[in-house]
Structures are given as C-alpha cells and as structure tokens.
Design a protein around this ligand. Structure first.
Ligand code: F6R
Length: 262
C-alpha cells in the first residue's frame, strides 16, 4: 500500500480529487467506482471545482457507486442516488445514463445484486475505485465478518453503522437495516483503489487496515492483497500507525517522491 499522510483532512481529500480528475482527463472513458458519506462531500466539491477550472469533461466517463440502502425509494432524500445527484452528478457533464447506483428496492435483492455485478463486468470492470472507510473497518457496506471474496450482495448493517448514518435521516428508525453493496472481491478486482480516511474516529480502522492481519474482522484489510492501493489520511487518522518515521520518510507530508530521489 502507498500510504500518504497529510497535515490536514482537506489536503488528503484534495489529493483524492486530483487523482480522480487526472484519470478522467487522461482516460475520458474510464470506469470509476464511487462512494458516498461525509468524507466524500469535500472530495466531490473539489472534483466539481477542478472539472470547471480545468475544463475536464466527464461526457465519456462511466460510474458505479459502491452501495445503496435497501428498502427506501431511490428518489428519497436519504438515498445514495439522491446524494450522488446532489453532490456530484448534476454539477458535471457526466451522462446520467452512465451513472450507476445499486437498486434500492425490488422483488429480490439477490437478483438486483447479480444484475449490478453483471453490469460492472459488462462495462469492463472498475478502473479506479474510490473508497471511504467505516469506523469498524467496513468498505462499501461490507461489515466486519463479510467474506473477503464476496461479490455484490445484500448486507445487514451493524447498529454502529446505522448510528453513524443516523445524521442523514430524521429518526433512527428511518435508517434502513439492509444495503446492497459491491462485494470485497469486486473491489479487489478493480485496477486501482484509493481510500480516504480522516479524523481520530478512523484511527483504529486505519491501523487495522494497513498494519493488522488480513481479516474479515476489518474488511478494509483485504486491500493489503491488492497491488495498487493508495491510502490518503490525515495526521489524526494516522496517529496509531507504528513505523510512522518510515511512512514519512517514503512520502514526506504525503508527497510522492520520484524514484530517482528516494
Ligand atoms: C458509502 C461507503 C462507506 C463510507 C464509510 C465512511 O458509500 O462506501 O463505506 O465510505 O461508511 O463514511 P463517512 O465518510 O461518512 O465516515
């Protein structure tokens, strides 16, 4: 894993946006995997600003979101489809038909999950996957104990995740109990991953992801098995890391040194 530690959370999020923007600029028909949640809001604001400042077109870009609550209307205020439309899609020139979010309702969640997995494969797989991380180490909505080779599936949310996401709903009872999520195996099949975690609340999960054993107890630790992962974190989220001098030596303050300078 490439571990980039920044002084501030905004520097980490800005770098994430720069990586995505440079990908869209150099390969306009990229297939991007996208995430939602609090961490992503600033990243998407930077993406919108960067796309406008540098005239980057998303007209050929295809997106697949990681997850969606199961059991709410897709157009409800708290759905991830609404989140994506509001925080990103309606501010850039992406074709709405090229944006994909898992289904939020239907007769059979397993069928919906399979069609989503099939759509990703038909698009040629994910080129660049953007990830956040839950306090319990989840990626997408793959909660601890999820199979590390899982493909898109329906998952029961933990109470901790429902409590964390309570802020997006009027009442705790309104927070769905289930979500359709891209699986860990699906994430591992992407060409490249970037994962962003900031704040002291994420420090334990970040430590387990980077330095802990590969274990279903921390789904993000499966990323240790991926060959091209960049971790973007701030000092607060990095505070439990052990060979801190090493991370700082390789990438001082998050800088990516040329090999010739190492
Ligand atoms: C949501 C997703 C989740 C979030 C995670 C962190 O699409 O993929 O794994 O990234 O729950 O959420 P925040 O950023 O709100 O702390």
């Amino acid at each position: 894993m490439k571990v980039l530690i920044f002084q501030t959370e905004d520097e980490a999020k800005l770098r994430a946006a720069q990586i995505i923007l440079s990908r869209v600029q150099s390969v306009p028909n990229s297939v991007l995997g996208l995430a939602t949640g609090g961490t992503m809001e600033a990243i998407y604001a930077h993406l919108i600003e960067g796309s406008s400042n540098h005239s980057v077109s998303w007209s050929e870009t295809v997106t697949f979101n990681l997850d969606e609550y199961w059991g709410i209307p897709a157009d409800s205020a708290a759905s991830y489809r609404t989140y994506m439309n509001e925080h990103l899609f309606k501010h850039i020139d992406v074709a709405m038909k090229s944006t994909h979010v898992p289904a939020s309702s239907g007769d059979d969640p397993s069928d919906a999950a399979q069609s989503y997995e099939d759509a990703i494969l038909t698009a040629g797989g994910i080129d660049l996957q953007l990830l956040g991380i839950g306090k319990n180490g989840h990626i997408g909505f793959n909660e601890p104990t999820s199979s590390l080779s899982s493909r898109t599936w329906i998952k029961t949310l933990t109470q901790e995740t429902r409590d964390s996401n309570r802020r997006f709903f009027e009442r705790l009872e309104d927070v769905p109990k289930y979500a359709l999520t891209v699986g860990i195996g699906t994430i591992l099949a992407s060409e490249e991953c970037i994962i962003v975690g900031t704040g002291v609340d994420k420090a334990a999960a970040i430590k387990a992801m980077i330095e802990g054993p590969v274990s279903a107890a921390c789904p993000a630790s499966a990323l240790q098995m991926h060959r091209n992962v960049t971790v973007l974190i701030d000092n607060d989220a990095a505070q439990n890391l052990d060979p801190m001098e090493y991370y700082q030596h390789v990438h001082p303050e998050g800088r990516e040194t040329e090999l010739s300078n190492v």
